[in-house]
Design a protein around this ligand. Structure first.
Ligand code: CP
Ligand code: NVA
Length: 305
């Protein structure tokens, strides 16, 4: 494993599969070693969080370590003090940094300036920890990691990481999105490169029905991500045909299950009946955040302890 986990691109296919395997072992209570014994991890959050904060805090406790949560107003990253200075101070006291940031470049700058591990807890480009949990659920529900994943909506951070993981593991990632809201261009090129080796596929379509018709899993995320609130009205119009609802589900294979990273904007990207319905596995995704983050920390700190 690399020191840092900033992107799905930091994992090889073998590492991704090993991580999922370890997460399953954690969930079954089969691992009791505590590689974070005596270690302190700083959790820097520039944006709000429920799942990421709680699961990282619990994962760190369960592995024997101690989390220090730094809220958006606490350190005023890049305002009160430069990113580089914050990171280099932290390095003198703590053993790792988990950071949720606006700009992905903030994570890169931290990682370049310290020897302790830096983990991406969401940036404008990727949400790789979410993807790990999502793929653990996909494995649990389907028994495989090579699946057809249809993403409906905004090609943002969550979609980017899912696209990369699907390509890494040899599945088919189809995104239905409005023009101009495709996944990141560079990451799409990287995903296509990975897919050419793993026999996966990356497809962009405009009509959500085209995306779901052969889907094993149907994924959506909010139309307006954190930090984009001024665009909310415009986005509601642009994405209005990209709602995951009963009608769209009726066009998908019967076995297709519905995924969402949460928080959901109910009535926008997804309807209540679908989010709360029997094909929704969103709470399993949330639960698995804990197990996959334990696996991630375990793998990183096994070599750094
Ligand atoms: N899915 C997710 O990352 O949730 P939070 O924003 O609550 O951490
Ligand atoms: N795309 C969303 C994901 C939240 C977990 C956001 O960035 O706000």
């Amino acid at each position: 494993m690399k020191k840092d986990f900033l992107s799905i691109l930091d994992l090889s296919q073998d590492e991704a599969l090993e991580l999922l395997d370890i997460a399953v072992k954690f969930k079954k209570g089969k691992i009791s070693s505590k590689p974070l014994e005596g270690k302190v991890i700083a959790l820097i959050f520039e944006k709000p969080s429920l799942r990421t904060r709680v699961t990282f805090e619990k994962a760190i406790y369960d592995l024997g370590g101690h989390p220090v949560y730094l809220a958006p107003g606490d350190i005023k990253l890049g305002v009160r003090e430069s990113v580089k200075d914050v990171a280099r101070n932290l390095e003198r006291w703590v053993d790792g940094i988990v950071a949720r940031v606006f700009a992905h470049s903030t994570l890169l700058e931290m990682a370049e300036n310290v020897k302790i591990p830096v983990i991406n807890a969401l940036s404008d480009i990727e949400h790789p920890c979410q993807t790990l949990a999502d793929y653990m659920v996909i494995l649990e529900k389907s028994g495989k990691t090579k699946v057809n994943l249809a993403f409906i909506g905004d090609g943002n951070n969550v979609a980017n990481s899912l696209m990369l993981m699907t390509a890494l593991l040899g599945g088919k990632f189809t995104i239905a999105c409005p023009e101009g809201y495709e996944p990141d261009k560079n990451l799409m090129a990287k995903a296509r490169e990975l897919a050419s080796k793993s026999r996966g596929d990356i497809v962009v379509v405009r009509d959500p029905v085209d995306a779901v018709k052969d889907a094993d899993f149907i994924y959506t995320d909010v139309w307006t991500s954190m930090g984009q609130e001024v665009e909310a009205e415009k986005r509601r119009k642009i994405f209005s045909q990209y709602q995951v609802n009963r009608e769209l589900l009726s066009k998908a294979p019967e076995h297709a299950l519905v995924m969402h990273c949460l928080p959901a904007h109910r009535g926008e990207e997804i309807t209540d009946d679908v989010l709360d319905g029997h094909r929704s596995i969103v709470l399993d995704e949330a639960e698995n955040r804990l197990h996959t983050e334990k696996a991630l920390l375990w793998l990183i700190y096994r070599q750094f302890s």
